[in-house]
Design a protein around this ligand. Structure first.
Ligand code: NAP
Length: 182
């Protein structure tokens, strides 16, 4: 698939490299002139958003036209009051985008290395039914096992993010930590 990865930091680079290794055509976008967001979005079938959460609103507003008809997988988290996800911003500012939420609730290290003593980590995600196949394919190609929570389950994924932080940082278990449904 042709995939635009917006953000070239920890999360964008890690997901982009894993998906490129699985055979996808990855175009990165960031604020550097040589990685234009607009060029990355042009012709992409799916978009992964890996920029700071506070920048997502502007991203949705500025690129609403290019996002129309595309699956937009939001991995970004806003920290502070209110939701970590940006579902409402996309609904208002880029209503043609098909919003999905994945890759938000585990530290990036676990996308680089998702196998724990031979057990593949699960990744919870939310998307419309019509986009399940696409999102699941990308999760599998990063190397995790997708677990579908249904459409619109963004607050539940925010809660999972809080749980991950509480275990990894609050309890000091470390960032090499993921979830598994048994
Ligand atoms: N780190 C994790 O473990 C992790 C896990 C899950 C989700 N997330 C989420 O993923 C997002 C990125 O985290 P990160 O750790 O990868 O951050 P990071 O390493 O600081 O990278 C952020 C990237 O976003 C780009 N960027 C910043 N503002 C932008 C804008 N307005 N438009 C386009 N690109 C922009 C930056 O590039 P330039 O400065 O060159 O433009 C940089 O490539 C955050 O929302 C975070 O909550 C992170």
């Amino acid at each position: 698939m042709e995939i635009a990865v917006i953000g070239t930091g920890n999360i964008g680079r890690t997901l982009g490299e894993a998906l490129a290794a699985a055979g996808h055509d990855i175009r990165y976008g960031s604020r550097t002139p040589e990685k234009s967001v607009r060029e990355a979005l042009d012709g992409a079938e799916a978009v992964i958003v890996g920029i700071p959460g506070q920048a997502v609103e502007d991203f949705a507003r500025d690129h609403a036209d290019e996002l129309t008809g595309k699956v937009v997988i939001d991995a970004a988290n806003k920290f502070g009051d209110g939701p970590a996800h940006s579902a409402a911003e996309f609904a208002v500012l880029a209503p043609g985008a098909r919003y999905a939420r994945a890759f938000n609730a585990l530290g990036w290290e676990n996308f680089a290395d998702p196998v724990f003593d031979g057990v593949v980590a699960d990744l919870f995600y939310s998307a419309d039914e019509t986009d399940r196949e696409t999102v699941e394919r990308l999760i599998r190609d990063v190397g995790l096992n997708p677990v579908y929570l249904g459409p619109g389950q963004h607050d539940l994924l925010d809660a999972l993010l809080k749980l991950w932080f509480a275990l990894a940082h609050g309890q000091g278990r470390g960032r090499h930590l993921a979830f598994k449904v048994l």
